[in-house]
Design a protein around this ligand. Structure first.
Ligand code: KG4
Ligand code: ZN
Length: 335
């Protein structure tokens, strides 16, 4: 049986990544060159700095991905690339590199939505079964996506303001934690208790939308007020209180969605899906849904990577979703 080998690219934010994926579900290589150190002193991702890093890293990543997979361009079936959403200059590097490879080697070019990538990371562990629901939580997105059949994505809920990861990063800065703060806030939260009872915005609303900017402001105001009166607050309790508010809302809305849309799988992906508190809580909530299996994307594939883009790309390959050299980056791409 012929092997389907896809060379995939991901450069939407601050990771330059190139992977080789076999038959859509097996990682032959997944090279991730992170730029986090270069952005840390600015407290967040600087788009121009990101683009420059992608340019410097991309060709080396391609060579490493092919070498690590022990394949050549001649073995490939197609090229897949993230073309949105994300930072336009960053996206353009991956899109241009993928177009060049596809054109030079006469390979089909597959355009991939970054969020589809975060969802399809799940199939690198277990095949996706439909209908499925996905909770995508990252630095740029907080979305509940219903997938009645393969290659159909219906956003049933999303954040009205900040993304969950963005809120983590912003309150992390107030706690003196380097960007990206999510992982460390998560660890601190496990040493603390929910003593502050921050607001759970929209939690009781009969929809699937989220809002995290009020929580972020409540957190920042609490810390600033304490500073003014020279009171020291317990940072672990602050982290635990913040995390409990985030996890409560994410879990409550997801449970509400599962009641309205019965599904075979709940997939949880994106950088914030690495959160221990969220993973534990959803594990408990899913006990009430015996028909639904919980597919938590493994920690190594929650952050941005090209393997997930190859996994989604192979699905699009089967649906013959191809593009050509006119492909452009689409920073505001929706499903
Ligand atoms: O998916 P991702 O790598 O990039 C985007 O597409 O945004 O997600 C990065 C985000 C950051 O905001 C980071 O703070 C957050 O994921 N994150 C976490 C954890 N690990 C990473 N947030 C909460 N808990 C974690 N353990
Ligand atoms: Zn992402």
């Amino acid at each position: 049986l012929a092997r389907n080998l896809i060379l995939s690219f991901e450069t939407s934010c601050d990771e330059t990544s190139v992977a080789v994926i076999e038959n859509g579900d097996t990682i032959l290589s997944n090279i991730v060159a992170t730029q986090i150190k270069s952005h840390q002193r600015f407290g967040g991702v600087v788009p121009e700095v990101a683009s420059r890093h992608h340019i410097e890293q991309i060709t080396g990543c391609i060579e490493d991905a092919l070498a690590r997979a022990n394949v050549t361009y001649d073995d490939l079936s197609a090229v897949a690339v993230t073309y949105g959403p994300g930072l336009v200059g960053a996206l353009l590097i991956g899109v241009t590199a993928a177009k060049a490879v596809a054109w030079a080697h006469q390979l089909p070019l597959i355009p991939v939505n970054h969020l589809a990538g975060h969802i399809y990371a799940a199939r690198l562990v277990e095949p996706i079964e439909f209908p499925a629901m996905a909770l995508v939580v990252s630095g740029g997105h907080t979305e509940l996506v219903y997938m009645p059949v393969e290659n159909r994505f219906e956003i049933i809920g999303e954040t009205r303001d900040d993304a969950a990861g963005e809120a983590y990063d912003k309150i992390g800065r107030v706690l003196g934690i380097n960007y990206p703060a999510g992982k460390q806030v998560d660890e601190m939260a496990h040493q603390g208790r929910d003593t502050f009872h921050f607001p759970r915005a929209m939690d009781q609303d009969a929809n699937f939308d989220f809002s995290f900017s009020g929580l972020k402001s409540a957190f920042i105001n609490t810390v600033h007020h304490a500073d003014q009166i020279h009171e020291t607050l317990n940072k672990n309790d602050l982290a635990a209180s913040f995390q409990q508010a985030v996890v409560d809302v994410l879990a409550d809305k997801t449970v509400r969605a599962l009641h309205e849309y019965p599904v075979k799988q709940l997939i949880v992906g994106g950088g914030v899906a690495a959160n221990k508190g969220l993973r534990e809580r959803l594990g408990k909530e899913l006990q009430a849904f015996p028909q639904t299996t919980l597919e938590l994307v493994p920690l190594s594939l929650c952050g941005d990577n090209a393997a997930m883009i190859g996994a989604a790309g192979e699905m699009l390959y089967r649906h013959q979703v191809f593009t050509d050299a006119t492909l452009n980056a689409d920073p505001g791409l929706e499903f």
